[in-house]
Structures are given as structure tokens and as C-alpha cells.
Design a protein around this ligand. Sequence first.
Ligand SMILES: Cc1ncc(C[n+]2csc(CCOP(=O)(O)OP(=O)(O)O)c2C)c(N)n1
Length: 326
Amino acid sequence: MAKKLNKETLLDWYRQIVLIREFEEKCDELYSQKQITGVYMHLYSGHEASGVGALAALEPHDHVITAYRDHGLALILGIDPNKIMAEMMGKKTGTSGGKGGSMHLASREHNFWGGYAIVGGHLPLAAGIALEAQYNETGAVVVCFIGDGATNNGYFHEALNMSAIWNLPVVWIIENNFVGMGTRVEDASGQPELHKRAIAYGMKDMGRVDAQDVLKVYETATKAVEHARAGHGPVLIEHLTYRYKGHGVSDRSYDTRFAEELHEYKTQRDPITLLRNHLTEKYKNIEDELHAIHQEVKDIVERAVEFAESSPEPTFEDLVKHVYVE
Ligand SMILES: Cc1ncc(C[n+]2csc(CCOP(=O)(O)OP(=O)(O)O)c2C)c(N)n1
């Protein structure tokens, strides 16, 4: 059922968006200090409203799956920030005991199935999760986030086609941030309006959404989830968004290559500013409450870092547990 877009809901969304931004700013800092390690760490900065608006349309028994840009969704779903930060640092107290790291956040309890590094590899898994929901008549819907760069490989075609012929309850969301690693969408896709792919599979095309605006994202996501839950089959939405950092944090050339666009998005299309403007126009004297949210979020992030830093490393026994060996 659609949420009432009252002050409480909007402030909650504001809190979630700010939490993702602050949490990841801290991760960026910790990565440069080598407290978070790994070849890659992919930040969701700039994309926040895409995740917050879409997941606000879900019920707790619904399912979420994504690629490696997964920190934001984990936070939105309410996974403990302490455990997420510990996972980022490879600590025993992390969501996967420190063995997954940045790209493989997951929580069975939250129906968050991860965090996958193989581009497009999670799409067939999303179809499988939806098949289970349909077969067991759980009434659950699966939301699967897809990068624009994942729309030209075989997994995309196979999974979307199967979801259509089996009428599966999946909401496919392409997060089009215009660039896959360093390649522009129009240089990689014959049809750069990616939502139009829906036509090829005979599924409902929900069009393009300005995904910097959380209210617009929520409005479309609600209709999409209702459609899938009612048994009318899968739908495809294209979220137009922008990432503020390079592909991974070690890709620093992005900032200069796309400087003009980045400046435009950060100054005119930022999800925090857009929601803030909406709130201040709608509610008088809300500044203090917004300020308090920023403070609250800073404390959450600080506590998460303290928790992760003071957590133990996994032992050798921990590391070989749950690992298949011939
Ligand atoms: C099957 C496969 N091919 C190539 C890669 C290397 N790779 C990692 S991310 C990426 C680009 C993906 O871009 P996009 O889907 O647009 O996501 P974004 O990073 O923009 O969120 C590529 C080619 C991979 N991980 N898996």
C-alpha cells in the first residue's frame, strides 16, 4: 500500500539519503588510509534517491538484489551500519564475518541477497528468487538493480526473457548513470533509451524516471510493485542518475573527465538538495530538524567506525568455515 507522504516519511527518506552519503564519504577516507582494502570499492554517492525511493515501495517480505554498488541498499534496508562497516574492514563482526567485503554485502534476515561482482550475474538469481515467491505463493516481489553496463550481456537477455514468459514478480530497475566503467551508454548500446528493452520481452515499460528526485522514484516504484504483486508479471524501469565518484574509488580520472557534468549534478541535481528544497518549501521552520538529522547521522557513522576498528579479525578457522574445498 502506498505510504502517506507526510513530514515523517519525507524526513525518514532524508535521513536515509544523508546516511548513505556520510557513510560512504567515511569509507572513501578509510580506503585512502588503507583501513578498508581490496582492489575496488564502488560508492553509491549520487545514486541515493534511486535506492531510497524504490525500496520505500516494498514490504518487509519482498526481496532485493543488486550488483557491487551495494552499500546504499544495505543501509536503506536497515542492516546495522556497525556490521556493514565491520564487513568493509574485513572484520569478524561484519555481515558475512568479514569474508564478503564491500562488493558482497548481504543479509538473509533482511531479504537482501547481495552484492555481486560479475556484471549481470545476479539477474538470473533475481529471476530464481521470484520463481520461488511465485511457486510458494508468498506474495513477495523482487527488486533487482541493474547497471546500464549490464544491459548488453547474455544474463540480461536470458533473465528478462524468462521473467516475462513465466510472468515472474520482478521489478527490474536499470540505474543508468550514463557510464559503464568509462564507456558512455551511447557508445555501448544501439538503443540508449534502455527502458525500451522492455518491448523486446513483452513486459511493461515503466519509462524513464528522474532518479535524483526521491518522490518521482517512489511514485513509479509504487506502481511497478503493485503491478508485479498483482500477478501481472515483470516490469522495467530506467532510473536516470549520476555517480559522483569514479567507477571504483581508485579511478580518480573520472573527476576531470566528467568535471562539467559532475559540477552540474552536484550543484543542481543533488538528491539531498532536491529533497531539502522540497521539505523547506512545504514545512516552515524545518531547518533545525534537518540539522539534527545530519548530526544524528554523523554519530551513527562515527560509532560504526569505532565498532569496526575495535572488532577482531577473523581467525583462520573462521576464514575456512562456509568455504567449499574439494
Ligand atoms: C562479466 C563481467 N564482465 C566485466 C566485468 C568488469 N566490470 C566491472 S564493472 C563493469 C562496468 C559495469 O557498469 P555498469 O553496469 O553501468 O555499473 P556502474 O559501475 O556504472 O554502477 C565492468 C565492465 C565484470 N565484473 N564482469
